[in-house]
Design a protein around this ligand. Structure first.
Ligand code: GDP
Length: 452
């Protein structure tokens, strides 16, 4: 995502990373390069100016923290300011009104409005179990109405028909009536866009807004458009009380300018981002995660979500219960955990997503050889169920037998037993006994929210 910006920023920050001292001169020099990187990414000029100003002020006034080198401290400031620029935390939709909650979509033609209507409808249906209706008031392009009809059918959304000879406001109010009658939770209204901002379009969408009083008015903007995105965003924001922004096409080779500018220019949160053409390619926009990704610092929370999606929840819950009951985490459980780690692409790949490998305890780092995983499984498979349950019974002769059975050495078995003990301790500590909590535990053990 935003590869160009990411590469350029990291290049600019590389030199300062190892610097022992932050001086006015080296901050100046670094920020000159960061400024170039932002301009090349098509970030709006006032945004760049403010951003650089903030980072410089904070950099110069920085009390040097003991755990960071001054160079790292500056990078942390850059990250913090990127997060602040994009809006701190994710803000979801606020649909807490008497249903149907109306969502009005605005934006230029081609920004991705219709696609986003379908994605959002699917999102609300799947994740929030909402009954969603969609309607198009784009009477100028019958093909647009048809496009929405097709998408609505694919995503199992209630499609409310409209005709090109109707007035947009009439379509919208009739759709709202129908949505009430059908007890829909949400009505999403797709509007007509133009190729450029024009007064007629703005007048029409203002009238629509007045007629249906939407709880969310979302401005859809193509992230490939950079500077232009900032201008259009401003125009729409002046014309309408926007409640949020959807940034589309972040999967393309967009330079990232819109992501950094739109919030600053409109003061409205980016709520979602489109990450592909398919209907499930919509993600909540998390400024902190996006900032970390831009700066190549890993993405802890996405890792946790991946674990949540891929880990066998039933097994994890069973194990959690067992450990809560005070039963010990035995070698069979250990094997389950190893197999699950393997399913996630191995320990190495998981740890790569962790920012700050340096802060991970040596004990955990010592286990990152992926080839080891297969060997560990072979060793555990060569044990009897009783041995797995009571590792303390493993004496010299049993260990020799297991080593032979698994094609390993006694030292390997001793190492495994040691690792198992360490894991057992961690499991006890994090109490819930599954990998997700382990990952969270590791994260919690890292000082602050250091992105290094
Ligand atoms: P509208 O004119 O604003 O309604 O725009 P459309 O919804 O018709 O989208 C215009 C084009 O952008 C279509 O080809 C979509 O498939 C594409 N598109 C929309 N959102 C995304 C996205 O997040 N990623 C990618 N790669 N393409 C998108």
């Amino acid at each position: 995502m935003f590869d160009n910006l990411s590469d350029r920023l990291n290049e600019s920050l590389k030199k300062i990373r190892g610097q022992g001292r932050l001086t006015e001169a080296n901050i100046e020099e670094t920020m000159r390069e960061v400024r170039m990187a932002l301009l090349e990414a098509d970030v709006a000029l006032p945004v760049v100016r403010d951003f650089i100003g903030h980072v410089k002020t904070r950099g110069l006034g920085q009390e040097v923290q003991t755990s960071l080198t001054p160079g790292q401290a500056l990078i942390k400031i850059v990250r913090d300011e990127l997060v602040a620029l994009m809006g701190e935390a994710n803000q979801g939709l606020d649909l807490s009104v008497t249903p149907p909650a109306v969502i009005l979509m605005a934006g230029l033609q081609g920004a991705g409005k219709t696609t986003t209507v379908a994605k959002l409808g699917r999102w609300l249906r799947e994740r929030q179990k909402k009954k969603v209706g969609v309607v198009s008031v784009d009477v100028y392009r019958p093909a647009a109405i048809l496009q929405l009809q097709t998408l609505a059918a694919e995503q199992e959304l209630e499609f409310i028909a409209s005709e090109p000879d109707q007035r947009p406001v009439d379509i919208a109010t009739a759709a709202l009536d129908l949505a009430r009658k059908k007890h829909l939770d949400v009505l999403i209204i797709d509007t007509a866009g133009r190729l450029a901002i024009d007064e007629k379009m703005m007048g029409e969408i203002r009238a629509l807004h007045a007629a249906v009083d939407p709880v969310e008015t979302l401005f859809v903007v193509d992230s490939m458009t950079g500077q232009d995105a900032a201008n259009t965003a401003k125009a729409f924001n002046d014309a309408l009380p926007l409640t949020g922004v959807v940034l589309t096409k972040t999967d393309g080779d967009s330079r990232g300018g819109a992501a950094l500018s739109v919030r600053h220019v409109t003061g409205k949160p980016i709520k979602f981002m489109g990450v592909g053409e398919k209907a499930d390619a919509l993600e909540l926009f998390h400024p902190d995660r996006v900032a970390s990704r831009i700066l190549g610092m890993g993405d802890m929370l996405s890792l946790i979500e991946e674990v949540e999606r891929k880990v066998d929840q039933k097994k994890a819950e069973k194990l959690a219960k067992k450990i809560k009951k005070g039963k010990s985490f035995d070698l069979a459980d250990f094997k389950d955990q190893i197999v699950q780690m393997n399913n996630m692409g191995g320990v190495k790949s998981m740890l790569e997503k962790l920012p700050g490998m340096g802060n991970v305890p040596q004990a955990a780092r010592g286990q990152v050889d992926d080839k080891m995983l297969g060997r560990l499984v072979a060793i555990i498979d060569s044990m009897t169920p009783r041995e797995r349950q009571f590792p303390a019974t493993l004496n010299g002769s049993r260990k020799r037998r297991i080593a032979q059975g698994s094609g390993t050495h006694i030292q390997d078995i001793n190492r495994l037993l040691k690792q198992h003990k360490q894991m057992q301790k961690m499991m006890k500590k994090f109490n819930k006994g599954n990998m997700m909590n382990l990952v969270r535990g590791i994260k919690g053990n890292m000082p602050g929210r250091m992105p290094f």
